[in-house]
Ligand binder design. Structure first.
Ligand code: SF4
Ligand code: SF4
Length: 231
């Protein structure tokens, strides 16, 4: 039957003299390489390699690359440090340390938000899990690192930048209509708690506000920001 390898077929126990010399097989292999080299030189269009980074491959529309953290109109991160993305992450590569937001309207925010890109499997579960539409993915796959620490992206590298989105575009989001970039409703723009008073003002006025400890992150490499926070 075509396409089926008959594994029961016995391989001869002893090699012939020609096979033991190896030279004929080496010349046969070199002839194949030479044939491809000449054909590729005569017709460059059939070459499977591309001149990266000048040329880039077209990836599938469903491609997902580097993450971005979305911001509200006032520039604050939409993330409310609820840890849902961290819980959903199968690679345990997200580290979040929550803090009280200076604006009472937003309650919590991530003091530290790290993603270890070396461990990330780009599954998009974090994006799906986020109730605040705060974490998206881009189509940016250009991530190269010299050290493990370099691969841990903190807020400064995750915050959405217009230039990055313009260059790479947003990644695929299956639960959003159209091209996956328009959420059905943007509830995350609304404050968690009504009012816009500053925490410090409320403290000065004697309003009781709960203190929260940072808590321990998962067992992954913390970024410089996380280390600085815990120092
Ligand atoms: S894409 Fe998947 S593996 Fe990567 S941070 Fe999100 S949930 Fe974790
Ligand atoms: S799920 Fe969304 S809001 Fe919650 S911590 Fe992650 S990014 Fe922030």
């Amino acid at each position: 039957m075509s396409g089926v390898v008959d594994v029961s077929r016995r391989v001869p126990d002893r090699l012939t003299l020609l096979q033991r010399l190896y030279l004929p097989e080496i010349f046969r292999g070199m002839a194949v390489t030479l044939r491809h080299l000449v054909l590729n030189l005569l017709d460059r269009r059939r070459m499977p390699t591309i001149q990266y980074p000048e040329q880039k491959r077209n990836y599938s529309k469903r491609f997902r690359g580097k993450h971005i953290l979305k911001a509200r109109e006032d520039g604050t991160l939409k993330c409310v440090a609820c840890y849902m993305c961290q819980q959903a992450c199968p690679a345990e590569c997200i580290t979040i340390v929550a803090g009280e937001h200076p604006k009472i309207a937003y309650e919590k925010y991530p003091v530290v938000f790290d993603i270890d890109m070396m461990r990330c499997v780009f599954c998009g579960f974090c994006v799906d899990a986020c109730p605040k539409d705060a974490i998206w993915m881009t189509r940016n796959y250009e991530m190269a690192f010299f050290t493990r620490e370099d691969a841990v992206f903190s807020i400064d590298r995750l915050r959405e930048s217009t230039a990055e989105v313009a260059a790479h575009g947003y990644g695929y989001r299956p639960y959003y209509p159209g091209d996956g970039t328009t959420p059905p409703s943007d509830a995350s723009m609304l404050p968690v708690v009504s009012g816009s008073g500053e925490r410090d003002t409320l403290r000065r006025e004697g309003v009781a506000l709960a203190d929260r400890s940072a808590g321990a992150g998962p067992l992954n490499a913390p970024s410089q920001a996380a280390k600085a926070f815990s120092a």
